[in-house]
Design a protein around this ligand. Structure first.
Ligand code: ATP
Length: 392
């Protein structure tokens, strides 16, 4: 990477030409280390993404090693279909530019936000892409350590691409440790493996498998397996692998999820076992050739979702993503741990629905302000009406 004089004013922006080669387009997003722009290679017309990192900012925030590591890891990774490949790294005295493949479809996270949980077929397809990328990285001794839907992008054909290797580790990092394990605490709370929390060292491959398990759960349910407004309570749930699988998940997938989210890294499923798992191999989705079919399925699902009224089953099935316990005061005791209202729909949508009913906008009922005792009474009635047991 040859530093050259800065071809741009302090802040890159749309319409600027970078190094006489890339024309910057719209801002795609911001990360902790910099902004990402859509751009076009002027001579080839290829659309790319350019991550602009301000050197002075990363010096101040102590992210230098992280960026250096990301550059060196991306250099080790050859072209892989399921990884956001770096095309080149450019630098000036003040900035570093990562020129990457452009992932037109954006974050997988947005797809779940927009459409809710995916069908098992579609989630299998994305999971196969994810495992293919992770398997490739592990074969090179590279562990991602921050796998989550926000770091999984989609290209224009719906092919999943793993991005953001900023927290990755390489196998050599374990060589200086007597136990051959990694010790750095890292990752995103909800996706972090129990052994990282245990602080006794961990294997990079096993923690990636755990995160893949959390991702697979999210894809199929639309919510996190371990969640709590209190972070320590969430960590306790992760440590004990305390999660519940909803009834709509097929028995084969339930089995796989339990093996992925095994709190004991020694008995947790390995990548080689995953690729032989009955649920994984079903449908032969490895090369994702049938995306058109999946897209039609998604469209249909989204139409059905907008047309259907949320039913009682949706609300009563298990989830850790939605908690109405605050409605019932402090007297509920064990209620908080054991009984939760759950749905594949957005929590906001459910709250709105319950409020609508409680405030009398549905069924001609009148009165009741949000937070008032009338509202609480109506909320309890609605829960009773849904057939859900309330003991508070
Ligand atoms: P960081 O750890 O640096 O904070 P981040 O995942 O929060 O990482 P970036 O990797 O900097 O953020 O990316 C910011 C956003 O830009 C992403 O969330 C994504 O929406 C978008 N983006 C990043 N890379 C690409 C790409 N290659 N193609 C399309 N969009 C991208």
């Amino acid at each position: 990477m040859e530093p050259v004089s800065d071809p741009l004013p302090a802040e890159p922006s749309s319409g600027k030409i970078l190094f006489g080669k890339y024309s910057l387009g719209k801002l795609l997003g911001r990360g902790a280390s910099g902004k990402v722009y859509q751009a076009k290679n002027i001579s080839t017309n290829q659309t790319v993404a350019v991550k602009c990192i301000d050197k002075s900012k990363i010096m101040k925030s102590g992210h230098v090693t992280q960026i250096e590591r990301e550059i060196s890891i991306m250099g080790r990774l050859q072209h892989h279909r399921n990884i956001v490949n770096i095309l080149e790294v450019l630098a000036t005295k003040t900035k570093i530019y990562f020129v990457m493949e452009f992932a037109k479809g954006g974050e997988l996270f947005n797809l779940i936000e927009k459409h809710g949980r995916l069908t098992e077929n579609l989630s299998r397809r994305f999971f196969c892409h994810l495992i293919s990328a992770v398997r490739y990285c592990h074969s090179l001794g590279i562990f991602h350590r921050d796998l989550k839907p926000e770091n999984l992008l989609l290209d224009g054909n719906g092919v999943l691409k793993v991005s953001d290797f900023g927290l990755s580790a390489v196998a050599e990092q374990t060589r200086n440790n007597n136990d051959g394990l990694l010790h750095t605490m890292c990752g995103t709370p909800a996706y972090v493996a129990p052994e990282i929390l245990g602080k006794k060292g961990y294997g990079g491959a096993k923690v990636d498998v755990w995160s893949c398990g959390v991702i697979l759960f999210v894809l199929n349910t639309g919510y996190l397996p371990f969640n709590d407004t209190n972070i320590m309570a969430m960590y306790r749930k992760i440590y004990r692998a305390q999660f519940r699988i909803p009834r709509w998940i097929s028995p084969d997938l339930q089995r796989l999820l339990r093996r992925l989210l095994d709190p004991n890294p020694k008995t947790r499923i390995t990548i080689d076992e995953i690729v032989r798992d009955p649920w994984f191999v079903k449908g032969g989705y490895v090369d994702g050739a049938d995306f058109e079919e999946d897209r039609r399925e998604m469209k249909l699902k989204s139409k059905m979702k907008s047309e259907s009224f949320m039913n009682a089953f949706d609300i009563i099935s298990f989830s850790s993503g939605f908690d109405l316990s605050g409605l019932f005061g402090d007297s509920c005791g064990g209620f908080y741990e054991e009984r939760r209202l759950v749905s594949s729909a957005d929590p906001e949508e459910i709250v709105e629905e319950v409020e609508e009913i409680a405030m009398g906008r549905r069924r001609g009922w009148r009165g009741g302000r949000r937070g008032s005792s009338t509202w609480r009474w109506w909320a309890r009635m609605v829960i009773y009406w849904l057939g859900w047991e309330y003991t508070g």
